[in-house]
Design a protein around this ligand. Structure first.
Ligand code: AMP
Length: 216
């Protein structure tokens, strides 16, 4: 299964990508995660990307296209991948199309997660993750069963993303509307665009996606 999960920041792409990756034995490929890892590792690309990410702007197309092009050649992507946060510009979408054609791979679908802007700000500013296993939580919507202890691994250290603050969120939303949303007609024309209600409960969104993909 090769999919693009499409939607604004805070739509829940990461959460759903993990679930679909488990379900279809595919790999979640999040350009945001890869760039944060590069920044944490202090690589040249990572350090250049860090300031751009913290301002809520988009990292240059060349950087993310190269990252994805290298990554999908790895063996663990042979069974499929769920792209989460890529492509984000028309140039990226065109580069992806070319790269898949060169590798004789086809895209099964692009799933758009529709969420109103008003909901996104609260979703993003309230979220945090377990430092040990990366499980995601939210101050209001999804708290650990035991306060301060990760449900999945028992870890007690949690962290928030540097760009998950109210000010940066506004820039990220603007980048989405200006540069990323125009990809919707691009994929609509190719006949592969599916849509789910990203405002439904997390399990319900997963069910909607599986039903659309024929594994409900
Ligand atoms: P995300 O984790 O998907 O919310 O991405 C966090 C940040 O990483 C974004 O706000 C961008 O600065 C950068 N980023 C992630 N993916 C891309 C991409 N495909 N193109 C450009 N910038 C990206």
């Amino acid at each position: 299964m090769r999919l693009i999960l499409f939607g604004p920041p805070g739509a829940g792409k990461g959460t759903q990508a993990q679930r679909l990756a488990d379900c279809y034995n595919a790999i979640q490929l999040s350009t945001g995660d890869m760039l944060r890892a590069a920044a944490a590792a202090g690589t040249e690309v990572g350090l250049r990307a860090k300031a751009v990410m913290e301002a809520g702007n988009l990292v240059s197309d060349d950087i993310v296209v190269d990252i994805i092009s290298d990554r999908i050649d790895h063996d663990d992507c042979k069974n499929g991948f769920i792209l989460d946060g890529f492509p984000r510009t028309l140039a990226q979408a065109e580069a992806l199309e070319r790269m898949l054609a060169e590798k004789s791979l086809h895209l099964d679908a692009v799933i758009e997660m529709q969420v109103d802007d008003g909901l996104l700000i609260g979703r993003i500013t309230g979220r945090y993750t377990c430092t040990t296993c990366g499980a995601g939580y939210h101050d209001k919507n999804l708290q650990p069963k035991v306060a301060g202890v990760c449900d999945k691994c028992g870890g007690t250290d949690f962290c928030r993303r540097a760009d998950d603050n109210a000010e940066t969120v506004m820039s990220r939303l603007k980048a989405y509307h200006d540069q990323t949303a125009p990809l919707l007609p691009f994929y609509q024309k190719r006949g592969c665009l599916l849509t789910v209600d990203g405002m439904a409960e997390i399990d319900e969104v997963t069910q909607q996606m599986k039903a659309l993909l024929g594994a409900g």
